[in-house]
Design a protein around this ligand. Sequence first.
Ligand SMILES: [Zn+2]
Length: 463
Amino acid sequence: VCLGAYELGRLLSRAPGGAGSLLIRGGLVVTMNPRREIMSADIYVEDGRIAEIPSRHTAADLVIDATGQLVLPGLIQTHVHLCQTLFRGSADDLDVVEWLRQRIWPLEQVHDFTSVYDSARLGIVELLRGGTTTALTIETVRHTEAVFMALAETGLRAVTGKAMMDRLEVATEMIGETTEESLRESLALAKEYHQSSGGRLGYAFCPRGPRNCTEELWDSVIAAAMELGTIVHTHAAENFLQSQRLKTDGGTDIRYLHGLGATAGRLVVAHAVWVDEEEIALLADSGTAVAHCPSANMKLASGFAPVPEMRDRGVIVGLGADGAPCNNTLDAFHEMRMAALIHKPRLGAQVMSAQEVLEMATIDGARSLGLELEIGSLEAGKRADIILLNREGSHLWPQSNVDPIVQVVYQHRASDVSTVLVDGRVLLADGELTELDADEIHARAEESARRVFARVAASGALR
Ligand SMILES: [Zn+2]
């Protein structure tokens, strides 16, 4: 039987967490496996994992008809701020320093538990509807438990951490915290949420930037992350003047992080726009992953990260939308298209092929998180994080002589995503959310945004 969204939702409510079997039949499958195979094949899923591909099964507890659709691994974004979704459209046409000081820091400061929760749910719904199934996120200094609660309920896969900021500079004192508070709260969150929700959620220690934390806190974070086997995620080398201003004896951001020992563990740095050859070598040789955020880097006028050069040197590069107020969408298709286009004028049309860009949004995103054995491609044994793309739109024709990967990167849109599975749990079917009420989430987000903006107006901090 093939089921609509309503029936799917009912069926799945009886089988939470994707238990049971599921067959995705008749689609054109872009596997992103090591041979990068594209095949017309059925996929058989059992207890949340891909059991067979191609599959000869003809029946399952649930059959999804993918005829005429593309089937892909769920997209992975390695840099997002869910707590900022409420600030979308309220911090535009500013460079990153003004953007932070005049808008983002004052706004984050007036967040409460409910507004962080509503912000996260809005971001999660947008991500899921747009085919993103995994995100690495940095939240604000406080209320990160609200983000974990939203993640646990909604079904997105995520590695998340609270922003750590114990070193104060102009305009950060309002959201700053002591070294001890920062570490204590981070460790408590890691203990509660790392490897929670059946392994779907992980913890990342998130010093906000190399110079937003004291060296003492960095030392503790690096040691704790090694001990717990977690990621450290931070911003680095985003804005030229900022990176020059903050340059100390430890040198530019990447050198400074390396000097601290942060590159010895599993480190993911967002942006890496202003990096020289030596720093690229440091990133590559230490296995540090970079999250490329092309839209945010353009909108905040930060610059063009040398992604083709980093990839050539062997740096693992993933893709991220960054926060909603600097993009202004969380659409992975926008980010793929942007990543494919912006490096060509400088280095030639052949760089950043559609194939390479899709690798960044799937298997290289998984490698960035150390999850390449679990997600990032459609292969037997991996978790069933799968998306289906509708190919009916006029922007997707003709189809007979076109590489589907070219279509994914240059032509598809978030609105083409019809079906989304995480851990074999069907979260979107035929374009409809199966478990969540988008209208309700939008309305609550609107209400929380109203409260946050009233509070920030009263604080007088918004300029
Ligand atoms: Zn960011």
